[in-house]
Design a protein around this ligand. Structure first.
Ligand SMILES: Cc1cc2nc3c(=O)[nH]c(=O)nc-3n(C[C@H](O)[C@H](O)[C@H](O)COP(=O)(O)O)c2cc1C
Length: 177
């Protein structure tokens, strides 16, 4: 199974690694790989592709957007599993394909039909950000009722939910005969 991630601060990579660990434990081979710009789309139409993509400033990272645009042009696209990593997903109801604005817009923009799509809450770590990013994210947190103390470092990712997603992916997987 192809397991691709797009990250800047590492949380989407950690989520992809956790998915790989759980999938491997369930007997499904998957190795996480970083998406690059102009990443080739794997060809086997029977082999699902999992994309774990971080959001920055309202959009998935460019390498993920570009990959999805390529994917959409495939004649026989393999099944797609799409995970969006962002902070909005920490709120109840904002982690579904309809409830999460980034996921909803990306699916619509590319006309995707993922077999599974979910938003996963990421990590907030003000100390890592540039001054400008810190101010902007604090502003978003004011608007959405999140922590604004610049010393805050919180991992919102619920790993039991990630494990449950891995189990759902494993159930999708039909081993080759
Ligand atoms: C510069 C910057 C912009 C961000 N913009 C958004 C945003 O628009 N919406 C959101 O929900 N989260 C936003 N986030 C939160 C990230 O999606 C979250 O920190 C995620 O864990 C980052 O994933 P990564 O560690 O794989 O890069 C932003 C984070 C940073 C650093």
């Amino acid at each position: 199974m192809h397991l691709l991630y797009a990250t800047r601060d590492g949380q989407s990579r950690r989520i992809a690694e956790r998915l790989a660990l759980r999938l491997n434990a369930l007997g499904v081979a998957a190795t996480p790989r970083a998406l690059a710009l102009a990443h080739p789309v794997p060809g086997d139409p029977a082999d699902p592709i999992i994309v774990v993509a971080a959001v920055r400033y309202g959009k998935h990272l460019p390498e993920a957007e570009q990959f999805l645009a390529h994917y959409k042009r495939l004649v026989s696209p393999p099944p797609l599993v799409l995970f969006s990593v962002n902070l909005t997903a920490r709120k109840p109801g904002k982690d579904t394909a309809d409830g999460n604005v980034y996921l909803r817009k990306t699916i619509k923009r590319h006309g995707l039909k993922p077999v599974l799509a979910q938003a996963i809450a990421g990590r907030l770590d003000y100390a890592r950000y540039t001054w400008l990013d810190r101010q902007l994210i604090r502003f978003i947190m004011v608007l959405t009722g999140g922590p604004t103390d610049p010393r805050t470092a919180i991992e919102y990712t619920q790993w039991d939910k990630v494990d449950a997603l891995a189990a759902r992916i494993a159930a999708l997987h039909v081993p080759a005969r």
